[in-house]
Design a protein around this ligand. Structure first.
Ligand SMILES: NC(=O)c1ccc[n+]([C@@H]2O[C@H](COP(=O)([O-])OP(=O)(O)OC[C@H]3O[C@@H](n4cnc5c(N)ncnc54)[C@H](OP(=O)(O)O)[C@@H]3O)[C@@H](O)[C@H]2O)c1
Length: 269
């Protein structure tokens, strides 16, 4: 039986990018997916594609910046389909540019969607995960959870927050003996989905294909890995930052193009 068979999986921001692709692959492997997006049409299109291939998918509208709507959303979901086994917090935004030239509203929105919304939604569905014999929380963070990201400071800050949140919950679940629930934090560098159009990938960190990243996420979920990091260099950042003197690290960040990668960010729009 495929590993994901029998699991009901809720994915945020699944109307495009790796969220949509995860939904398709998970449904293909037997999961019942709740495809959420802030636009109904986006979620419905993904579900139609899944159903055409024989999978089970339900579209639902969910804006993760609207924290006050989560309880009503959970009730609607429970009534229509039942509790979930897996929550994949995937929705995210980025606004690149020189710090003071990006609207404060966009900076704050970045944090609200990528971090606060993710935490509040996890809170809303944590009981579901605890009640499931195979509960799993998957948080899509980023390679920028480990490094400063010039021209993308609030994005990096939001992803540092996600890593700290995930790591803490993972340890808390262990501490409480809730071994039925796994936590996987996903930290990829740039992925070719359009979100980071215009960036220049740093040395040793080529633009990743969405297919490759989604394959790594699903493998990580099957193995119940605490961390999925891609490419390889991301696994070594902590050690390098922890051991190299700061000026050497700063030099490397500049020399590899990490410090300037976001300088020409355009994004999707
Ligand atoms: N692309 C990369 O290089 C990269 C690298 C590391 C990590 N990540 C992370 O991977 C995740 C997926 O990104 P992606 O690359 O697949 O880009 P994407 O296609 O832009 O996916 C992001 C999704 O989040 C949705 N979203 C944005 N604001 C939302 C809100 N308030 N409520 C609900 N959904 C919302 C977007 O919906 P709309 O279409 O309605 O805006 C979109 O479907 C994000 O968390 C991102 O930070 C991406």
């Amino acid at each position: 039986m495929p590993y994901f068979s029998g699991l009901r999986i809720l994915i945020t921001g699944a109307g495009s990018g790796i969220g949509a692709l995860m939904a398709e692959k998970l449904a293909h492997e037997g999961a019942e997916v709740i495809v959420t997006a802030r636009r109904k049409e986006a979620a419905s299109e993904v579900c139609e594609r899944i159903r055409r291939h024989g999978g089970t998918a339900h579209p639902m509208v969910l804006d993760v910046s609207k924290l006050g709507t989560f309880n009503a959303f959970r009730e609607r979901l429970h009534k229509a389909h039942g509790p979930v086994d897996v929550l994949i917090n995937n929705a995210g935004v980025v606004f690149g540019g020189e710090f003071e030239k990006v609207d404060l509203k966009d900076h704050l929105n970045t944090f609200q969607i990528n971090a606060t919304g993710l935490m509040a939604l996890t809170h809303a569905f944590f009981d579901d995960l605890i009640q499931s014999p195979r509960g799993h929380l998957v948080n899509i963070a980023s390679a920028s959870s480990y490094v400063g990201l010039p021209y993308g400071s609030t994005y990096a800050a939001s992803k540092w927050a996600v890593l700290g949140f995930s790591e803490s919950l993972r340890l808390e679940l262990k501490e409480r003996g809730l071994d039925n629930v796994s936590v996987t934090t996903v930290c990829p560098s740039y992925i070719d989905t359009g979100m980071f159009d215009g960036v220049k990938s740093p040395l040793l960190s080529p633009m990743l294909s969405p297919e490759k990243v989604v394959r790594a996420i699903l493998d990580g979920m099957r193995q119940r890995e605490p961390l999925v990091q891609a490419p390889m260099i991301v696994k070594h950042i902590d050690l390098m930052k922890g051991t190299l003197p700061m000026p050497v690290w700063d030099f490397l960040a500049k020399a590899t193009g990490m410090s300037t990668s976001m300088k020409k960010w355009r994004g999707k729009h």
